[in-house]
Write a protein that binds this ligand. Structure first.
Ligand code: AHG
Ligand code: MN
Ligand code: MN
Length: 300
């Protein structure tokens, strides 16, 4: 029988010595996931507030945000956090060694229908905001039929499944399948730029199948497993699209690049964009390298 490797065992093996604190941070993310998964059934209502993007917040968005910030504060490991639900960077602990970006609950409009939601983290040592290339790791939790934790460090993407034994290693060193078979793109087709529409029609003609679920974590997770491209593109009336550079696009771009894929805003890798503000949006395209290169040519 194959050895069952728990998240803790795996992290302690790979990140001993100087990197022990990194292992503690990822373990904490796993614990956070367990608690959020437990609480989601009780958090189905709307809050009376809007976030800085003018989006109506759910009880779950606000609760998860506060919960994660408090949990990280208590570890002493985290210096500051930039959350999608906060206007500015939140200072946690002067002695902390990591800076974290956070989307506490991604895809929260899926709560109503009980479709996929997730949590994403970008991990830095530099002060925030800074470019995504400075990430030393990134992770997401998917509250799917099985809760999973996907965690990336340089050139390595691993997946853990939550079981009775806690999180256990499910897949090590994930690489994007070649060729990919899926695409997913947000926004209305009529609002896409003509070049992007043509590009997607080209993929459809080649047999790429549409999978779009309205949660970046969930839709990204499809691409990571089947290959292809996910986009929340520039739209005619919203040239920066919808997704947030720090909280959403950077961690996922980091993960896709470590899995052998690529990311772009249409011109350059998302990871090379110097942020102008904590809450900046960015057109986001992530997927297999060849598909991203082709897209950049068409959009330029
Ligand atoms: P969030 O729930 O954190 O605000 O993020 C929602 C984002 C992202 O998850 C998804 O890709 C996109 O919004 C879906 O938008 P549409 O409803 O416009 O498809
Ligand atoms: Mn989100
Ligand atoms: Mn969110």
């Amino acid at each position: 029988m194959a050895e069952v490797i728990t998240l803790e065992k795996y992290l302690k093996r790979k990140y001993g010595g100087a990197d022990e604190k990194f292992a503690d941070l990822i373990l904490k993310m796993g614990e956070i996931g367990e608690r959020i998964k437990d609480e989601l059934p009780n958090m189905r209502g709307k809050a009376d507030t809007k976030n800085v993007f003018g989006e109506i917040q759910l009880v779950a968005d606000k609760w998860a945000d506060k919960f994660i910030i408090d949990e990280f504060r208590a570890t002493g490991l985290v210096k500051a956090m930039a959350s999608e639900e906060q206007e500015d960077v939140v200072q946690l602990n002067d002695k902390g060694i990591f800076n974290i970006t956070l989307d506490p609950l991604d895809g929260s409009s899926n709560m109503k229908s009980n479709n996929l939601v997730g949590t994403m983290f970008g991990i830095y040592k530099e002060d925030l905001p800074t470019k995504g290339r400075n990430q030393i790791g990134a992770a997401y939790i998917l509250y799917g039929p099985v809760m999973s934790l996907v965690c990336a460090t340089k050139n390595r993407v691993n997946k853990f499944f939550y079981t009775k034994k806690g999180f256990i290693l499910k897949q090590e060193n994930i690489k994007l399948p070649e060729p990919g078979i899926l695409y997913g793109a947000g926004g209305l087709r009529k609002d896409w730029l003509p070049e992007f529409r043509k590009y997607i029609e080209g993929l459809e003609a080649e047999g790429y199948k549409l999978r779009y679920g309205g949660s970046f974590v969930g839709d990204f997770n499809q691409i990571l497993h089947y290959g292809g491209i996910f986009a929340y593109p520039a739209l005619a009336a919203k040239p920066n699209g919808k997704l947030r550079l720090l909280a959403e696009s950077n961690p996922m771009s980091y993960i896709i690049e470590q899995a052998g894929g690529a990311s772009t805003n249409g011109k350059i890798s998302i990871l090379d964009i110097e942020p102008e503000s904590v809450n900046q949006r960015i057109p986001t395209y992530v997927g297999n390298k060849g598909l991203i290169e082709k897209l950049e040519k068409i959009l330029s």
